[in-house]
Design a protein around this ligand. Structure first.
Ligand code: LLP
Length: 443
């Protein structure tokens, strides 16, 4: 699918003006340069340096509200559970929690973060193909709203744990609907050969079995077919199968209260056509409206992706016989998506002068010792001399959470903008932080 396609034609790239037009939280100001909501990015970079992640609280809120409104207007009884993996910072979680978001978590750490940020346990669902006994015990202890079980083996394990604790776990079976969701190979999850979920043909039988197990109350079914999905057709196909399954299970005499429709809604990294929450809500309604089920959703990227950017500075501009390279102080250890998924991210100059300079193609790279450390190829950008700043767009999801200290590069700072104020929400890591906890066992 487009944003994961390795064969982008740079002549199809959106221009800086088109990128700005598609991102209402960003403006080019004639004096202040690039401004996020009410805050010039230069002001943040002057104060905290670069690379720095910058998030817009206003964008987070408006996106959550747009999603909630679309679900409501479709007449659905639906609760969004933000997929914490997309960005697990407490400030992001707390902002969404205030709007009414629940959480979809996949580890003890994410569950603890969600609770810490004030998301109530009865708004938390737990997904994931390999929950440990310790993690299941914590989920049962906290009495979270739903555990999405992905196999018969996990169901047996949860039954033993919950009944041993004298508790009952509310369970949805995550079903693999065997549909091809497009998107990048590495993030497609709903095909029969993927590791995720229970085979469609075994699901009704396992549901009946679950109803007989101590410590288990089956309450519904769940599915999640992939990420960065730019077309509603795979959702339509998956939800039609899930609706059939709900009917089959009910015909066998079991209760199904809830359907978890997963996440995956894509965003227009390249300004490409992308489905809206209204489109998704309509698709959900078409499949489930006459089944009288509560709907859960697990959106991650759609909520936070466009709310964040990575602010970086040019370290040097290097010309080889074939190519103009712009080397940044941000790298693949900060934002791995281009290296890992061939993902395309918009890049805009920050200074007002650079914004009006003539464009020419360049490769935008990081300083890490791998050719894969490339943010963009043949990208039309102004001259950008050392010290110039750029914003790498739509980096709020799967950005900071996937960063690493590779090449002994400290973790970047994080900032949240709210209207015309801003706050450092994570200090830049120090070099001492890098080796904190390391032991050298040499006398
Ligand atoms: N629910 C489950 C069970 C998931 O596995 C995921 C994502 C989501 C919800 C949220 O999906 P979203 O709405 O964000 O698409 N690192 C990759 C994306 C990995 C997605 C993994 N699962 C990337 O940077 O593109």
């Amino acid at each position: 699918m487009a944003s994961h396609d390795t064969s982008f034609d740079p002549s199809d790239d959106p221009s800086p003006a088109e990128l700005l037009a598609g991102r209402p939280n960003l403006k080019q100001h004639a004096m202040d340069g690039l401004v996020l909501d009410g805050v010039p990015l230069n002001r943040i970079a002057d104060a905290v340096g670069t690379p720095t992640w910058v998030y817009s609280a206003g964008t987070l809120r408006s996106r959550y509200r747009a999603l909630a409104k679309a679900l409501k207007e479709a007449g659905l009884d639906a609760q969004p559970h933000y997929a914490v993996k997309a960005n697990d910072h407490l400030a992001i979680l707390a902002t969404l929690a205030k709007e009414g978001a629940g959480a979809d978590v996949v580890s003890e750490g994410e569950l603890r973060r969600a609770l810490k940020a004030g998301i109530p346990a009865d708004h938390i669902v737990y997904s994931g193909v390999g929950k440990s006994a310790r993690e299941l015990r914590l989920a049962v202890t906290e009495n979270i709203s739903q555990i999405n079980v992905e196999s018969a083996e996990e169901l047996a394990m949860l039954s033993a744990i919950a009944s041993g604790m004298g508790r009952t776990a509310r369970v949805a079976l995550r079903v693999n609907p065997d549909v091809e969701a497009g998107g990048h190979e590495k993030i497609s999850t709903g095909r029969a050969t993927d590791k995720f979920g229970i085979a469609f043909d075994h699901a009704a039988e396992l549901y009946a079995h679950a109803a007989t197990l101590p410590g288990i109350e089956p309450i519904g079914v769940a599915t999640h077919i992939g990420s960065q999905i730019l077309d509603l057709a795979p959702y339509r196909a998956a939800y039609a199968r899930i609706a059939d399954l709900v009917r089959t299970i009910r015909n066998a005499g079991y209760r199904v209260e809830t359907v978890d429709c997963g996440g995956g809604l894509g965003i227009p990294y390249r300004n490409e056509p992308a489905p809206s929450p209204t489109g998704l809500a309509g698709t959900i309604k078409a499949a489930f409206h006459n089944l009288d089920v509560r709907i859960a959703l697990e959106p991650g990227r759609w909520l936070v992706g466009p709310a964040g950017l990575l602010l970086a500075s040019v370290v040097l501009a290097k010309q080889t016989p074939s190519t103009r390279f712009v080397v940044l102080d941000a790298a693949m250890n900060d934002l791995v998506r281009p290296a890992m998924y061939d993902a395309w991210h918009g890049i805009l100059p920050v200074s007002a002068t650079d914004a009006v300079a003539p464009l020419s193609p360049c490769d935008v790279v990081g300083p890490v010792c791998e050719s894969g450390d490339t943010f963009a190829r043949s990208r039309a950008l102004p001259p950008l001399s050392p010290g110039a700043r750029v914003a790498i767009l739509d980096a709020g999801a799967y950005g900071s959470v996937m960063s690493s200290p590779y090449n002994a590069r400290p973790r970047a700072a994080e900032v949240m903008v709210d209207g015309d104020t801003w706050t450092v929400i994570r200090e830049r890591q120090t070099h001492e932080d890098l080796w904190a906890g390391e032991v050298v066992p040499i006398p």
